[in-house]
Design a protein around this ligand. Structure first.
Ligand code: NAD
Ligand code: LMR
Length: 331
């Protein structure tokens, strides 16, 4: 393999999501069999020993694509020379909590990591925030890393998109491959907006295929908005393997040209968006990529009163989270 090594930071390396994610990246699944990859793994000192065990297991897989593993507890050391940062490490919620209840405890993680990225990462480093509440944590990281390109900051709603595709396929009795243009708008939270107006099944509008519009407007929304909580209730822990899978999908979406007429959900900086969403939010939009990490908003999606009302609710929640976290950044 003569290609330059791709350096990927993963935070929360001893946690649940990382235990699935790291091995899938190291195996070559994300960047292909010809691309050597180095993992830069960050943890907190309390679990450094467990992290050493994860590193041992990575070595023991003898993946030909795994060029290097750097691990430790100092963000500036770990973030040096990276191409991509997957910011997973943060507390998960437990039963009965909303994701935004994590803001007070998790914001500091992203303030510190944003500042570390600002000092040692290059302008072109891509950043994907997963730790919840991921949209606002992404906003915080971006604000604390002004040397990086704000368009390179992303938060994860791909898991919600995948969940939506499954639910639509299941309801219509088709394969997930038959669902196109599934989209989540807004916040990765209980106000997220799964868009059934613009989604398609076998290229037909979802509303023509699924005639049960009551289900679309009610149960479909409820299932997606509460899916994370349902998994916590059932497993006693939050989603992990499906989250890792969605992280891979989200990174691939930026690295592969989006097929014509398609889009994917990505939480990105709202500045210049064509849907009238307030600027300076990390908001999930329909996006398309040219395949080189660059992306654009997809224009021209249909709106109706139902969708507009839901968008304004999720926008308001993000504004409130942003205003709350602004105070924490100043402290
Ligand atoms: P986990 O508790 O199993 O692991 C989190 C790890 O992060 C722990 O090992 C912890 O020590 C580490 N950590 C905490 N602070 C850190 C810091 N400052 N630097 C580096 N590491 C740090 O949790 P998990 O199940 O892996 O979930 C991680 C986060 O991802 C949670 O906030 C969870 O809510 C979120 N999540 C988001 C999505 C999404 O779709 N956006 C999906 C699933 C989970
Ligand atoms: C999810 O959607 O599964 C994650 O955000 C975890 C959670 O707290 O719901």
């Amino acid at each position: 393999m003569s290609k330059k090594v791709m350096r990927v930071a993963v935070t929360g390396g001893a946690g649940q999501i990382a235990y699935s994610l790291l091995f899938r990246i190291a195996s070559g699944e994300l960047f292909g069999p010809e691309q050597p990859v180095a993992l830069h793994i960050l943890e907190i000192p309390q679990v450094e020993h467990a992290l050493a065990g994860v590193a041992m297991e990575l070595f023991d897989c003898a993946f030909p694509t795994l060029a290097d593993v750097v691990y430790g507890t100092d963000a500036k050391t770990i973030f040096k020379d990276i191409d991509l940062a997957l910011l997973v490490g943060a507390s998960p919620r437990s039963k009965g909590m909303q994701r935004k209840d994590l803001l007070a405890q998790n914001a500091k993680v992203f303030i510190d990591q944003g500042r570390a990225l600002n000092e040692v990462a290059t302008k072109d480093t891509q950043v994907l925030v997963v730790g919840n509440p991921c949209n606002t944590n992404c906003w915080t990281t971006m604000k604390c890393a002004p040397n990086l390109d704000p368009r390179n900051f992303h938060a994860l709603t791909r898991l919600d998109q995948n969940r939506g595709a499954y639910q639509l396929a299941h309801k219509a009795g088709v394969s997930v491959e038959d669902v196109q243009r599934m989209l989540i708008w807004g916040n990765h939270s209980a106000t997220q907006v799964p868009d059934f107006l613009n989604a398609q099944i076998n290229k037909n509008p979802v509303k023509e295929v699924i005639k049960d519009h009551h289900w679309l407007e009610n149960e479909f929304f409820e299932i997606l908005q509460q899916r994370g909580a349902a998994i916590i209730e059932a497993r006693g822990k939050s989603s992990a393997a499906s989250a890792a899978n969605a992280i891979l999908d989200a990174v691939k979406a930026l690295r592969e040209p989006t097929p014509s007429g398609e889009w994917y959900s990505d939480c990105v900086l709202s500045n210049g968006n064509p849907y009238g969403i307030e600027e300076d939010l990390i908001f999930s939009f329909p996006c398309e990529s040219s395949g080189d990490g660059k992306w654009e908003f997809v224009h021209g999606l249909k709106m109706d009163a139902f969708l507009e009302e839901k968008l304004s609710i999720t926008q308001q929640e993000l504004i409130e989270e942003r205003e709350y976290v602004k105070k924490l950044i100043k402290e």
